[in-house]
Design a protein around this ligand. Structure first.
Ligand SMILES: *Cc1c(COP(=O)(O)O)cnc(C)c1O
Length: 380
């Protein structure tokens, strides 16, 4: 009998999504910033200690809002790891920024803070750390540099919901932070995102940018008696239908997180010995960081080994995938790049592979994947 195929990801449905979406639809208020949006805002602000949050239609949108709020202008420099998703850089490039790509650590794909200071120039405006796999960057070092050179810190916390740095929730440390609720993330609404604002100077303007450059939010709170066009912006807010879907996820966050972390631990325990023996790197979680069970990955010893492993798993009906391609070598940016070698970024580009990770993965699925990985390494 053919074994059931195991996909890489399957968005989890808690069962309440349709109910809340139905309620939103029949309430007669389905545009943005209604009851479900506000319920989500309140939950995230209280649970994670963000000064203010705004739901957006994607993390990309939230990053674009950050670039506008940071007042990035042509010629400004922004430091970003090269091993990240396109949006981390694109949001700032659209404002005219020059991207200064940083390398990853050797032990995990997060930005290497040892090399960071050398990348800072008088034109540097912001540092954008990405908490890869929901595991925190070295935030004390980054915040200290930001203070020394008067830079903004914008956390790309797309993968980092409910994860912590020395007890502080990720996304609550930088001036601004962006989260994703894309269907591949721990909490999802298909497409979706959130801007977290920790620096109070940005609160008022963030609401205006969110609402097409108008002071509509103030108007609806009764703080001004008419509203109009006061700034730049766009339509960054999601409809109530999306917020209603997300609220069903939010309500079940603790359960979702607990199960994902359980799956992660089964992988780790099951693969640790085999990986060490074969020189394959496992996820590294520094002492200051927590794990939110977003991702389980391995780093093979070569691109050929990774390709063979992906093929081997595929033959066993298991869908595993590689991840980012270094942005400094991308067709869009390589001509503008200064040519520094980013050894670890390229290494993760070539050798990192992600194993299936989603709420409904059963223990026997995980065991089957572990066995398949072990069989592959035994055959080498
Ligand atoms: C998923 C992701 C994004 C983009 O999120 P969207 O919600 O799809 O716009 C950006 N950065 C990182 C690190 C991500 O993982």
């Amino acid at each position: 009998m053919d074994k059931m195929k195991i996909p890489f990801n399957k968005p989890y449905l808690t069962g309440k999504e349709m109910h809340y979406m139905y309620q939103a639809i029949y309430s007669g208020k389905i545009s943005g910033n209604g009851m479900y949006t506000q319920k989500c805002h309140k939950y995230f602000e209280e649970k994670f200690g963000f000064k203010k949050v705004l739901l957006t239609t994607s993390c990309t949108d939230a990053l674009e809002m950050c670039a506008i709020l940071a007042d990035i202008k042509p010629g400004d420099e922004v430091i970003i790891p090269s091993f990240t998703f396109v949006s981390t850089a694109l949001a700032f490039v659209r404002q005219g920024a020059k991207i200064v790509f940083a390398d990853s650590n050797s032990a995990n794909p997060n930005i290497d803070t040892e090399l960071l200071e050398k990348l800072i120039t008088p034109k540097t405006k912001a540092i954008v750390p990405v908490h890869y796999a929901g595991i925190s960057c070295d935030m004390d070092k980054i915040m200290a540099l930001a203070q020394k050179y008067n830079l903004l810190v914008i956390e790309d916390a797309a993968q980092a919901i409910d994860s912590y740095y020395n007890g502080k929730s990720l996304g609550s440390i930088g001036n601004l932070a962006a989260f994703s609720f894309h269907e591949t993330k721990n909490l999802n609404s298909g497409e979706g995102g959130m801007l977290a604002i920790n620096d109070l100077q940005f609160v008022k303007r963030s609401e205006i940018i969110w609402e097409k450059g108008t002071n509509r939010s103030e108007f609806f709170r009764g703080e001004v008696d008419k509203y109009g066009w006061v700034d730049t912006g766009s339509s960054f807010l999601p409809s109530e239908i999306i917020a209603a879907y997300l609220y069903a996820q939010v309500e079940n966050m603790d359960m979702i997180q607990a199960r994902r972390k359980e799956i992660w631990q089964i992988y780790y325990n099951g693969l640790e010995k085999c990986c060490r023996k074969n020189g394959v790197m496992l996820p590294f979680i520094p002492e200051y960081a927590t794990n939110n069970g977003h991702m389980f990955y391995l780093v093979c010893t070569s691109i050929d080994q990774r390709t063979s492993l992906i093929d081997h798993l595929k033959n066993d009906g298991i869908h595993s995938v590689f991840h980012y391609l270094s942005l400094h070598k991308s067709p869009y940016y390589r001509d503008k790049y200064d040519g520094r070698e980013l050894v670890y970024s390229d290494r993760f580009t070539d050798q990192l592979v992600r194993l299936p990770m989603f709420y409904e993965l059963t223990n026997s699925d995980v065991e089957r994947i572990i066995d398949s990985v072990k069989t592959f390494f035994k055959s080498l």
